[in-house]
Design a protein around this ligand. Structure first.
Ligand SMILES: [Zn+2]
Length: 372
C-alpha cells in the first residue's frame, strides 16, 4: 500500500524505465518500507504493459504475496522483518508469531550484544545474495534486491553491494531504503537515483491514522492520546501505529498511559519557561519511560530553536503560543548546550542510572535558559 502522502512520488516512478538502483530516503516511520515493497511487487508484476501495477492477480503477484517470488531478494535484519510481506518470513526465519513480533519490537529498544547483532543484515546472507546475482533471473523478468534499512548492512557487505552497483547485473534493480541519508556512503549514493519521501502534513497524517485504527479494534486509543503519540513519534504515522501495536498488552497499556500522562505534564512544565517547578515536574514524571521523556524534551528544544529562527513550530503546534514567546526569552547558547546534553542522554537512555536525578538536572538547566 502506498501512503496517500507518497502518491506523488509513486506516480513519478516509471516502472518500464526504472533505474538500476533507487535510494528511497526520508524520516523514519512515514511508510518507506511499504513503498519499497509495493514498488518491488509492481516491478515483478507480470500484468500486460499499460495495466495498473501491482495487479495483485497475476502469478508473480501471488508468488510475491506468499513470500516465494524467486526473483525477490530481501536483505532485512531481524529487527525489521515484521515489515516484510508476512509469509516472506517463513523462508528466512520460520514463522514470526504475533507475540514474537512484539518481542522483536521490544528487543529493538534494548542494546545488549545479541540484540545489537539483530539490527544487522547477516554478512553471509548479504554475500550469498549478491553472489547469486551472476545467474539469470528465474522468471525472465526483473529481479529485485531490497536492502532495508541500508544502514543495517555492515561495511564489508556494503562494499560487495557497491561492486554490483558499479557493474549492475542484467535485469536487476536495487531498492535501497534509509532514514539516514547522511550516513550512506557517498560512493553508494552517487550510483543511485535518489527518491525523497516526505512525511505527511499533520492533518492528513492524523486522518490516515484514524482510518487505520478504525479497522483495528484491538488498538484502543482516544483521539487525544492518538494526537499526543503522533507528536511524540515526530509526526510519523507508521511509527505511531507501530508504537501502538507494540503496546497492546495490558501491562504495556498501563505503561503507555503513564508515558502519555507524564509527557503531557512535562510539556506543561516546559511551557512555563523560567517559572518551571522542576522538582515537581521530575517528581510527577520520573516513573515514565526515560526514553519517552527525553524524546519529548528534545523535540521541545528543537521547536524552541526553530521558533527562534522564525521557523514554524514542527512538533508541538498545540503549544505554538508558548514556544514562540519562550523562544524570544531563551539564551540560545544555553539552549544549544542543553540540546547537546539531551542528545547525549538519549544515547544512553537504556541505562538510566538514576532517572530522577538526571531529569532534575536537565530540567534545572532548562530553567536556566530563561534566567539572567
Ligand atoms: Zn501482478
Amino acid at each position: 500500500m502506498i501512503a496517500p502522502w507518497l502518491q506523488q512520488q509513486w506516480d513519478g516512478i516509471d516502472l518500464s524505465a526504472c533505474p538500476n538502483a533507487l535510494l528511497l530516503h526520508g524520516q523514519a516511520g512515514i511508510g518507506k518500507a511499504d513503498f519499497a515493497i509495493t514498488l518491488a511487487k509492481a516491478l515483478l508484476c507480470e500484468a500486460p504493459f499499460g495495466s495498473k501495477k501491482p495487479c495483485n492477480g497475476c502469478e508473480a503477484c501471488r508468488w510475491f504475496d506468499t513470500g516465494n517470488h524467486p526473483d525477490f531478494i530481501a536483505l532485512v535484519p531481524e529487527t525489521h522483518r515484521r515489515f516484510m510481506p508476512n509469509e516472506a518470513l517463513e523462508g528466512i526465519d520460520g514463522d514470526l508469531s504475533p507475540s514474537k513480533k512484539a518481542k522483536a519490537l521490544r528487543d529493538e529498544e534494548g542494546d545488549s550484544p545479541e540484540k545489537k547483532e539483530k539490527k544487522y543484515i547477516a554478512i553471509d546472507e548479504a554475500r550469498s545474495a549478491i553472489d547469486g546475482l551472476a545467474i539469470g533471473t528465474h522468471r525472465g523478468g526483473n529481479r529485485i534486491v531490497l536492502v532495508y534499512p541500508l544502514e543495517a548492512l555492515r561495511v564489508d557487505a556494503a562494499n560487495t553491494l557497491l561492486k554490483s552497483l558499479e557493474e549492475p547485473p542484467s535485469s536487476t534493480i536495487f531498492i535501497l531504503v534509509t532514514s539516514h541519508l547522511d550516513r550512506v556512503l557517498p560512493t553508494i549514493r552517487s550510483r543511485c537515483r535518489l527518491v525523497a519521501l516526505p512525511p505527511p502534513d499533520r492533518a492528513s497524517g492524523l486522518a490516515w491514522l484514524r482510518h487505520e485504527i478504525a479497522s483495528r479494534p484491538e488498538l484502543k486509543v482516544s483521539n487525544d492520546e492518538l494526537e499526543t503519540i503522533f507528536y511524540e513519534q515526530g509526526g510519523a504515522p507508521y511509527a505511531t501505529l507501530d508504537f501502538l501495536s507494540s503496546k497492546q498488552g495490558q501491562n504495556d497499556k498501563d505503561e503507555l498511559f503513564v508515558s502519555i500522562q507524564a509527557s503531557r505534564y512535562l510539556l506543561q512544565g516546559l511551557a512555563q519557561g523560567v517559572r518551571i517547578d522542576w522538582l515537581d515536574v521530575a517528581e510527577k514524571t520520573h516513573k515514565a519511560s526515560f526514553a519517552v521523556l527525553l524524546a519529548s524534551m528534545q523535540r521541545w528544544l528543537a521547536d524552541l530553536q526553530g521558533s527562534a529562527q522564525a521557523d514554524a513550530v514542527r512538533f508541538y503546534p498545540k503549544h505554538a503560543g508558548s514556544i514562540t514567546t519562550l523562544s524570544k526569552q531563551a539564551r540560545l547558547e544555553k539552549l544549544l548546550r542543553l540540546w547537546k546534553l539531551v542528545t547525549q542522554a538519549r544515547r544512553h537512555e537504556n541505562h538510566p542510572l538514576a532517572t530522577r536525578i538526571q531529569l532534575e538536572s536537565l530540567l534545572m538547566q532548562y530553567q536556566q535558559i530563561f534566567a539572567d
